[in-house]
Design a protein around this ligand. Structure first.
Ligand code: BGP
Length: 490
């Protein structure tokens, strides 16, 4: 057994991290446009002007003070404004992806490029045409687009004035946006994901301490509105083009118990329910899992959930399960001396694993475990739509970039996928994260690079934006050409 013949090899980016052009072509602002850069130790900040005209900053999850409004302030650098300028470089980038032999490219559509405030009744034509050109370019080069409709970028106007995902009214606005995507790009795009890493809203709470029940209620409520929005989008997507294949997208953390204390084993099972199955069950099975009531009761959550919502959830189940995979985490009921965090999750340090410079564990066995566990639960086709190693790259005098650590990382994860396929998993595609260097979502840095393609740009936004090939570029090309058989060094 090996990778299926039409396996969808490729790479992934998101609009706000790749595209730039934040105020071009009629695009409206999103939250990332008022978010500064950070580092591994210092958080990204959200900037605002208060009612007296004073400048201020917030951390993720904090509320805007009464009377304040989000603002771009001259004293800060906003890395997502230009990102790596995919807006102007997409032809060049796609040509490089075609050179590697990509069969699929995952990207997202910026909601505020199509609906600048989210409230317009007609889309911004310039935005619509921009993505049409990108999809045509991909199709011309034999690369199938895989499109994420929402990748962390709700129009800022909806966040600021209408409560974002806390308000039921946003469902209709998202559905209008999704309908536009399905209608405009019919025939050009056949694979869609409704929400990126939808489970982060809950999983992320595990990184914080002293949260109130209200914080949990807000998170579960926001998720419920996203589930309904997703389910309605799935139904519309199928109506518009029955060939559309639409997936959920879950932040796939493999949770392990830190000890064999039965209390840890049970806690671990409950972590899977809360962090992973809660969303997958609703989106794949069309209803909340039996444990959901317990989760809500733990925090006295009263959901705004109507009988029509439950009907929609039933009718709008996804066709495939897609997920990101970077790491596993350990949970325990015992005291944790060394806590580690990464990608919206945290746990105890695992002495059997190696950690990256950003503290993310490398665990390829965890990927096999996740694939086998999830396939057995849902029996739907799976895709790994993000996986990769954020690392420093050094450009040599002659311009070459040697990244054997990245090749090693991919090799073990591709081997893990192969083993899962041998064990019966229907895995249909793999898009590595940040196939071209992009702005980091977590830290806003450029120095945290994932790409096969290097972009000459630093954390302060200085650089020529020139693209160049790393060693891993040639390696991945060889992997794709051999359909995952040749994983040897260059
Ligand atoms: C996921 C996001 C991506 C991406 C990735 C890597 O959570 O879906 O947008 O950025 O993580 O994270 P980071 O950029 O923080 O290294």
């Amino acid at each position: 057994m090996s990778f299926p013949k039409n396996f969808l090899w490729g790479g992934a980016v998101a609009a706000n991290q790749w595209e730039g052009g934040w105020n071009l072509g009629g695009r409206g602002p999103a939250m990332t446009d008022v978010t500064t850069g950070g580092t591994v130790n210092t958080p990204r900040l959200i900037t605002y002007i208060d009612k007296d005209g004073k400048h201020g900053t917030l951390k993720r999850g904090q509320k805007l003070p009464e009377g304040a409004r989000y603002a771009v302030l001259p004293e800060y650098h906003y890395p997502n404004h230009n990102a790596v300028d995919g807006y102007h470089h997409y032809k060049e980038d796609i040509a490089l992806m075609a050179e590697m032999g990509f069969r699929q490219f995952r990207m997202s559509i910026s909601w505020s490029r199509l609906y600048p405030t989210g409230n317009e009744t007609e889309p911004n034509r310039e935005g619509v045409e921009f993505y049409r050109s990108v999809f045509r370019e991909l199709n011309d080069k034999g690369i199938e687009p895989l499109v994420t409709i929402w990748h962390f970028d709700t129009p800022l106007y909806l966040e600021e004035h209408e409560g974002g995902w806390s308000s039921r009214s946003i469902i209709d606005k998202y559905v209008r946006f999704a309908r536009t995507c399905f209608t405009e790009y019919k025939g050009l795009v056949k694979r869609w994901l409704t929400f990126n890493e939808i489970n982060n809203t809950i999983q992320f709470l595990g990184m914080m301490q002293g949260l109130t029940d209200q914080a949990y209620e807000n998170a579960y409520q926001q998720l419920h509105y996203q589930f309904v929005a997703s389910a309605r989008a799935v139904q519309i997507g199928h109506e518009i083009d029955p060939e559309n294949m639409i997936g959920c997208m879950i932040c796939g953390i493999t949770w392990y118990p830190a000890t064999c204390d039965p209390k840890d084993i049970l806690l671990n099972r409950h972590e899977w329910e809360k962090n992973i199955f809660y969303c997958g069950d609703v989106q794949c099975r069309g209803e909340y899992g039996s444990y959901a009531k317990r989760l809500w009761n733990e925090h006295h959550v009263k959901l705004d959930c109507t009988p029509e919502d439950l009907e929609d959830l039933k009718k709008g189940t996804v066709d495939m399960y897609t997920f990101s995979y970077y790491m596993s985490q350990l949970v325990t009921t015992h005291q944790v001396r060394d806590r580690v965090g990464g990608n919206f999750s945290s746990g105890a340090r695992n002495e059997y694993l190696k950690y990256s410079d950003w503290g993310w564990a490398t665990d390829a066995d965890g990927l096999q475990y996740y694939l086998e566990m999830i396939y057995d639960r849902y029996h739907k086709p799976l895709m790994v739509v993000e996986n990769g190693l954020g690392a420093y790259d050094k450009v040599e005098e002659d311009g070459s970039i040697h990244d054997p650590f990245r090749i090693d990382y991919y090799r073990v994860h591709i081997e893990a996928m192969k083993k899962a396929i041998e064990n019966g998993v229907d895995l249909i595609g793999y898009t590595t994260w940040g196939c071209i260097d992009v702005v980091s979502a977590g830290t806003g840095e450029m120095r945290k690079r994932y790409g096969f393609i290097y972009v000459d740009m630093d954390d302060e936004g200085k650089g020529s934006m020139a693209r160049s090939r790393k060693d891993s570029f040639y390696w991945y090309k060889k992997v794709i050409a051999s359909n995952g058989e040749d994983l040897s060094d260059l």
